[in-house]
Unconditional design. Structure first.
Length: 431
């Protein structure tokens, strides 16, 4: 059993602490006292299936505790696991100051036998700079960069059962100790240098972003030719040279944050080194254009949007979570409000008004949200939404218009009085 201090207790840190506590003694540290108080009651700061239960179980076994006292958290720790969720600004630029500050605060606690693991998402070159800072401070501890690969809604499984575990290490002799730390975590171990581990994360997210932008262009072509993008994408995923898990499906594109951040990092590296990145440039260009897709469909259906009431089903980033960060729905609403539209919304995970969005009336059900609306936009693929009786809901609206940005409605069963618009599916075509 290894003594581990996990630093940063939001989504990444809480999942990391709960999973590592299955086999080790873990102390979670965060400066936010309210977060610590809630965690000590078994309440994580973000909704994630199974996370609260995992925290409560490990705490009951005496293998997981939380504190806002750094000396208490770091005392006796062999491994210092920096799992801070790094913030990203509106330009998709990452702020690594919290990670740098965390390492700086750790320096007095580091011994030659210590292991520092960083999973926070940082630009390539960051780990090497942090290693040099450690060396200048006379600290010979080993540094490892293991990029997080969590997925909101299935983060525990993603941590414990990854397809592969990328481990960039400053000293290859630390491999046996790392194997012990990640005992209980399956997946092939891919050992490499620090820069390669960082670039592996950038490349993966840039690839996913490329596939999403590719899907968007194919979807538009399908709409214009009468082809069904749902069937086209399904045929691609069944090709062994692609993948059944490939992110190719008709949709709105990717939100700011994770994917856009890594694309921007790679573009910036290219610019700094005199290299052109036309493919990555196009990925962002296509994605930016798709941000206006819902607005274009609404204008086609309603004309002038001023004074129109638009109902949104789904506000969260994705189903299974309550996070609004990187939410495409909120991005779309921010754009639409410039045209004088009004908004009502229902999301199973959102029960109160949203800070910064006073123009959104949050309702307690889909039926309540639909009353008097001029259009209904489905932006999050909650299972509940695919099972709704839209033939009963649409008569509550002023105009029976559905913009299905997730293609989850069985539109062939809709009444002929309902105007349905999917993504990559010509109106009236059958799935």
């Amino acid at each position: 059993m290894v003594s581990i201090c996990v630093i940063g207790l939001w989504h990444l840190g809480c999942v990391t602490a709960a999973c590592l506590a299955r086999n080790h003694k873990v102390v979670g540290y965060d400066r936010d006292k309210k977060t610590i108080e809630a965690l000590n009651k078994g309440q994580p700061p973000i909704a994630e299936p199974g996370l609260a239960e995992a925290i409560q179980y490990a705490a009951k076994k005496g293998k997981l505790s939380f504190t806002s006292d750094q000396k208490l958290a770091t005392g006796g720790a062999e491994v210092f696991y920096i799992a801070i969720d790094t913030p990203v600004n509106e330009k998709d630029e990452v702020d690594i100051s919290l990670v740098e500050g965390a390492l700086e605060a750790l320096l007095p606690s580091l011994k030659e036998s210590s292991l520092v693991i960083i999973s926070s998402q940082v630009p390539v070159g960051t780990s090497r700079a942090l290693l040099l800072r450690m060396r200048k401070a006379g600290k010979n501890a080993v540094l490892c960069y293991s990029p997080e690969n969590l997925r909101l809604g299935s983060a525990l499984e993603a941590f414990l059962k990854p397809e592969r575990l990328v481990l960039g290490v400053s000293d290859p002799s630390a491999k046996p100790f790392l194997e012990k730390v990640f005992e209980g975590v399956s997946g092939e171990r891919l050992y490499m240098d620090l820069e390669s581990a960082e670039m592996a994360k950038h490349a993966m997210n840039a690839y996913l972003a490329t596939m999403i932008s590719f899907s968007g262009e194919v979807s538009d072509l399908c709409e214009k030719t009468g082809a069904n993008a749902i069937l086209v994408m399904d045929s691609l995923r069944k090709e062994k040279r692609v993948s059944s898990q490939a992110p190719i499906s008709p949709g709105l594109g990717f939100g700011g944050g994770t994917l856009a951040r890594d694309v921007q990092v790679m573009r910036r590296i290219g610019g700094q080194n005199g290299l052109k990145t036309p493919l990555l440039d196009s990925v962002l260009e296509v994605n930016r254009a798709r941000m206006g897709l819902v607005q274009r469909k609404l204008k086609d259906a309603l004309g002038n949007l001023s004074g129109k009431t638009i109902t949104f089903l789904g506000l969260t980033y994705k189903s299974g979570t309550d996070t609004l960060r990187r939410s495409l729905a909120l991005d779309i609403i921010s754009d639409l409000k410039k045209h004088g539209a009004k908004f009502r919304a229902y999301d199973p995970a959102i029960k109160k008004p949203i800070g910064g969005f006073p123009e959104i009336t949050v309702c307690g059900s889909a039926e309540e949200a639909a009353k008097g609306a001029d259009a209904l936009v489905i932006t999050t693929a909650w299972e509940e939404f695919s099972g709704l009786d839209y033939n009963s809901i649409c008569p509550l609206m002023r105009k029976p218009v559905i913009i299905d940005a997730r293609n989850i409605v069985e539109h062939e069963h809709l009444s002929g009085k309902i105007a349905y618009f999917g993504i990559g599916v010509t109106h009236g075509s059958k799935n």
